[in-house]
Design a protein around this ligand. Sequence first.
Ligand code: HDE
Length: 732
Amino acid sequence: MPKRVTRAAKPGPSRAAASARDPKRAQLKNDTEFVRDAALTTNQGLPIEDDQDSLKAGDRGPTLLEDFHFREKITHFDHERIPERIVHARGSAAHGSFQVYESLADYTKAGFLSDPARRTPVFVRFSTVAGSRGSTDLARDVRGFAVKFYTDEGNFDLVGNNMPVFFIQDAIKFPDLIHAVKPEPNNEMPQAASAHDTFWDFISLMPESTHMILWLMSDRAIPRSYRMMEGFGVHTFRLINAAGKSRFVKFHWKPLLGVHSVAWDEAQKISGKDPDFHRRDLWQAIESGAFPEYELGLQIVEEKDEFAFGFDLLDPTKLIPEELVPVQRVGKLTLDRNPDNFFAETEQVAFHIGNVVPGIGFSNDPLLQGRLFSYTDTQLIRLGGPNFHEIPINRATAPTHNNQRDGFMRQQINPGRVSYQPNSLGDNQPAQATSAAGGYVTHVEPVEGSKVRTRGDSFFDHYSQARMFFHSQSEPEKQHIVKAFRFELGKVETPAIRERMVLHLAQVDSGLATDVAKGLGIEIPANAPAPPNLSVSADGDPAARQHRTLLDRELASPALSMAAQVPAPIASRKVAVLVAPGFDSAGVGALTRMLTTGGATAHLVGPRLGGLAGDDGKTVRPEFSILTTASVLFDAVYVAGGEQAGKWAGESDAVDFVRDAFKHCKPLAASGEGVKLLEAARVPVGGADDADPADDATIVAQRMTRAVAERFVAALAGHRLWTREPELHLPL
Ligand code: HDE
């Protein structure tokens, strides 16, 4: 008879030690089922003898209603799905921890930011916004970057994005924005894409979106990896210290691998070849020990400087340039553990911007204020009731006690008569906490004014920061923005929408507008006014909400360009090595060693799977065949030389492989006979071996020597050779 033990503890350190190191992990373990020598049972604990056939009247007869096991199993299956998130449905998450470098007690009384010895468990979920749960990772979209800190003082959720600004200034417009970007309601197309009429119709009537739209059309919207993108809290928050002094703060996450993106054509191809690209990348990096790391950055503004910038700190369509207020890097987030169960953890995690701890508070940003309502509300339907805080991934590691009771799926058993406060029958327990004992006290802030539905005048500078963003980009980044607009607006069917958008762009930069208009075959009338702002009440005056320049000078922020992010560490970068029978083993070995030293990996791609001998007679087993992968899934490509390497030239999948690598501006090298593949792909063959590492050509050599490998690795650290692009396309 098998043992009926289903909760055998996993071998490992004692619970007390594990719990001290990572209290969240220890807590989750209590709810995790480890099956060893266990019988299959019903949910009532009844061992099942036959799980293969339903109960029937005769061996060819009908299934009987009596079959309680069949009914339980099918009923549970029928209810396995919950509603996906209305936004950010597609996501991937990981566990990790956060530690502050030095005490920030001068700024905040939050314990996890004041004690460098404290390691706070976190759960981080990355996401796209518009697509459904099963949509591609590589959509052109904003990425969510939501961090749940399980602090000793309660959960703190920093629910941010990978872009520092947002489309709208007031939360009341959020349903409109999301209805516009989601697939169109009559035919549910297109999936996970903003390139359609309803999105651009809405945007073209909302000038406040212009800054965010520039971000969305930039390469920031197609990250190379969740591990290589920044995060931003977007809104202005408050930090409050023990003396009650408050300062404004903007939160940032800075990835230690730098900020990098893919090319748009590449993104679209990845969506076909591997729609789980970002999910797989995050999972594999953590499994291989290449733990993603980000530094927490703070931009701190004294209260007295609230009006010093010429834009409103409460306006979420504005950022504070790092050049005006430097980002102080104050601590490190490390993701080191994949979830055990996607549904239980990644799908059921419930973030809420209102989850704060003492020392952190809110500003009056109207977008933030609206979000404070939305997040709990959405969980009520998504997770089926008010007890979602009891789901293991959401549970605080800090003690929780209150008089909230009952509701669907209540787990906690609360003994006794008393479920109210104040009470005398239960010793007035649980008691309120004084601020000295950690009770949360809202920062006292004077507020006065009439009850109005309006926005401050300071919210109507729609274009200055959009211009700052565009002007701060490198030339290739600017070209990518132009092309993204041409792509997206080119897919819009209504000419008037395209025209309105181009007129907005003319307010940002005339060159940008002209280049986009040219691609769309539109003439921009000279001195055309900006399109009206239709985000206005029925009695309101659109003219009063038109753009006004609030700054007397142009802003610039070189930090907004990703060009400044290279050279970057090559750690965890993936290189495809095309090998044919008789390949140059020594060359492949030399390159592999050099890549491994930097933490990058080489992946052999053969003409087919199975053993393949190199020129030293040793057999290798390529990880991929040319059919099972594509160069869009790698950061760089090397075609190894060898006796039969020239045969690659006759393989059209191999030709596409290197052609795409070249087109996507990736480092591309070939040696010996392998060069024939480059020639077949009509890829320009590089110059001398000692050429400048920044050379945008391919790297070609007789053999893959150490010197050639060094040059290849230097190109890999540069991420992409964007300067190649003019060779590939006609002038804009
Ligand atoms: Fe969200 N947002 N949001 N959002 N948001 C949600 O909450 C909402 C906004 C963000 O991985 C929802 O649990 C409103 C800005 C992330 O689970 C919902 C407004 C920023 C995630 C919601 C905003 C975000 C969400 C849907 C306008 C960046 C995914 C499911 C005022 C600072 C969290 C859910 C995860 C999710 C509402 C705007 C970030 C409906 C009303 C700005 C990263 O509550």
